[in-house]
Design a protein around this ligand. Structure first.
Ligand code: HEC
Length: 204
């Protein structure tokens, strides 16, 4: 299957009421029309997850330290994602370029494509907050869905838990090893692509 993906400049969004998602199947299925408002609201769901999680993480790191903050990532991240999923009739998750939680963070095929493309765009100098991807595709049951991903890059405050393995202090390293025996999500440096927030929504 070949999809044409269209990336939109967020600043031009308000100008259009309707955008053609630009996605056509190789079998000439007509491109799906998609309301720009829906893309905008999907973008805000992703932003909400990052915002809420960032706040919680920051608070936990400063009051309780990184060992305790692991539970924010382990429990609050999926809880916030679940809540946003229910409220918005969407599926909200986080994925990683290299993954810590092998049950939740592993990208599927289209998400891998998005990550690969994000790496290229980052290396071409595009600013991380502007990097997003979306497409309209069949959900596997004959209905359309909107698939949206927003790049997550590594900030200095991520390094205590995602930086070089040898720099992670002993109690934290032990905790991570126990909770995530297959952890791949260390060895990152600031500015690198860490993963994406993914929002999938059924379309009418
Ligand atoms: C206190 C330690 C800690 C800090 C600080 C931290 N993380 Fe994580 N991160 C984790 C843990 C633990 C998980 C696994 C969560 C789970 O079980 O779903 C995780 C998972 C993730 C995932 C989901 C994919 C995966 O690998 O499972 C992403 C994306 C992510 N972190 C990005 C970041 C970013 C970006 C920052 C900085 C803004 C950050 N993290 C800071 C501990 C941390």
């Amino acid at each position: 299957m070949h999809f044409f993906q269209k990336f939109i400049d967020r600043h031009t969004l308000g100008v259009f009421f309707l955008l053609v998602a630009g996605m056509a199947r190789a079998d000439n299925t007509p491109p799906a029309a998609i309301d720009a408002g829906l893309v905008q609201s999907t973008r805000s769901i992703a932003g909400d997850l990052l915002g809420q999680l960032g706040q919680k993480l920051k608070a936990a790191m400063s009051t309780d330290g990184p060992v305790a903050a692991v539970s924010v990532c382990k429990e609050s991240a999926p809880a916030i994602a679940r809540q946003l999923s229910i409220t918005n009739d969407a599926k909200v998750t986080r994925i990683g370029t290299r993954v810590r939680n092998q049950n939740m963070g592993v990208p599927n095929a289209w998400q891998k494509e998005a990550l690969t493309q994000f790496e290229v765009r980052l290396s071409q100098g595009e600013k991380a907050p502007d990097i997003e991807y979306w497409q309209v595709a069949d959900n596997g049951h004959g209905k359309s869905e909107l698939r949206y991903a927003k790049a997550i890059t590594v900030q200095p405050q991520c390094l205590s838990c995602h930086g070089a393995a040898q720099d992670i202090a002993a109690p934290l390293a032990d905790k991570l090893r126990i909770e995530y025996p297959d952890d791949q999500a260390t060895g990152y440096s600031v500015g690198q692509l860490r993963g994406a927030v993914v929002v999938t929504r059924p379309l009418p």
